[in-house]
Design a protein around this ligand. Structure first.
Ligand code: NAD
Length: 365
């Protein structure tokens, strides 16, 4: 369970450190600092029972250091469940670097960060996340082998976004099968919010299947480009959350399922790539269930990216990556059926399956 989130001003000094913020039985939280390069980073290793903790490094100009800590705690926990539900032998971890990447990111800073990753001796593998480029992972690779998502020319698995989009497409089709009895997307009205690396590929896959795709983005140029390429309709209204559709696919930001949007939603299914779509997984998961909206858990259906980087560690080829990603269809269907049978939210059903896998492995040891 995510514990209550405190801001710096609300910190309860009398409470133990491990009871603060989003601590959730994290194994290790490492604070890294280097004055010469300006590096301030936090590495969160949530759980390593299934394998080394893998998760990207996010570089962001956090308003406070507490926000950075909170983010790394929540994100690393999410990675544990993502890996477990996907059947990967990986644990959950994440790192944050505090600061604006455009202003303070240098190769020296990235190397220093890489050296800190190296000190963990493989308990944590890093990868790309917000504010990072493949070239940054190449720089980290110069000082440690515990990094994935490096350039293809240097032995990496390449761009994960098409794989992520394929997994989201599989999850969407499974949710469609569960809701309508058939997984055909032909004629289904699908709202795709955010047509970046993942969203555009999802537009391609769904349009090719004959879906009636409506796209929204804050980038007007991209809207025109994607409309032109795939014949999708551009959303012209003022509030996308009020639009009637079969499927809403959040592929831009997290937390779009919240107190403001939930009453307005007029869709049958939510299935998209964005991380942490439910602002509060307990409250908003239950509200979706009450409204009868089928929610395909984000951390399950957007796992194509992690499958892609896992391939680098395991030495998988493209066929194995795509086969594992295709499995997201069956897992999603199982989870939706389990949630229905036990009358719990789909998010809770996914977490409980992931926890069962971790517990079973722990008991084997
Ligand atoms: P991206 O940055 O390429 O694309 C995001 C798009 O969303 C951009 O086109 C941006 O203009 C648009 N956008 C931003 N704010 C918006 C708003 N308010 N309304 C509509 N559009 C808005 O990112 P991406 O790599 O395509 O990832 C999309 C989402 O999926 C992110 O939440 C990311 O964390 C998640 N995700 C991505 C991957 C991956 O492999 N890339 C893997 C797992 C999860």
């Amino acid at each position: 369970m995510i514990t209550e989130v405190f801001t710096a001003n609300q910190l309860k000094k009398e409470a133990p450190v491990f009871g603060q913020l989003s601590f959730d039985d994290h194994e290790q939280v490492v604070f890294c600092q280097d004055k010469d390069t300006g590096l301030k980073a936090i590495i969160g290793v949530h759980n390593t029972i299934l394998g080394p903790a893998l998760g990207g490094t996010r570089m962001y100009d956090y308003a406070t250091e507490w926000d950075a800590l909170n983010d790394v705690l929540r994100l690393s926990r999410g990675m544990t469940y993502k890996a477990a539900i996907t059947g990967l032998n990986l644990g959950g971890g994440k790192a944050v670097i505090i600061g604006n990447p455009k202003k303070i990111k240098t190769p020296e800073l990235m190397k220093r960060f890489g050296k800190f990753v190296h000190t963990l001796g493989g308990a944590y593998y890093t990868a790309e996340d917000v504010g990072m480029e493949t070239s940054d992972m190449d720089t980290v690779r110069e000082v440690t082998p515990y990094v994935t998502g490096i350039s293809e020319t240097k032995g990496g698995a390449g761009n994960p976004s098409p794989v992520t989009a394929y997994g989201v497409y599989m999850g969407m089709k499974a949710a469609t099968k569960f809701t309508y009895g058939t997984d055909k997307l032909e004629g289904k009205r699908i709202l795709i919010q955010g047509i970046g690396h993942v969203g555009e590929e999802l537009v391609r896959l769904t349009s090719e299947e004959g879906a009636n795709v409506v796209i929204s983005d804050i980038n007007q140029e991209r809207l025109e480009e994607v409309k032109h390429k795939y014949g999708a309709d551009i959303y012209k209204g003022n509030d996308i959350y009020t639009e009637t559709a079969d499927i809403y696919a959040p592929c831009a930001l997290g937390a779009t399922i919240n107190n403001d949007t939930i009453d307005k939603l007029n869709v049958k299914i939510i299935a998209g790539a964005a991380n942490n779509q439910l602002e509060n997984e307990n409250i908003h998961g239950s509200l979706l269930q009450k409204k009868g909206i089928v929610y395909a858990p984000d951390f399950l259906i957007n796992a194509g990216g992690i499958i892609n980087v896992y391939a680098e560690i395991e030495g998988y080829g493209r066929d194995q990556i795509m086969a594992k990603t295709q499995n997201i269809y069956d897992t999603t269907l199982d989870i939706l059926n389990k949630a229905k049978a036990t009358n719990i939210t789909t998010n809770a059903a996914a977490i409980s399956i992931a926890e069962d896998r971790i517990t079973a492995r722990k008991n084997e040891k």
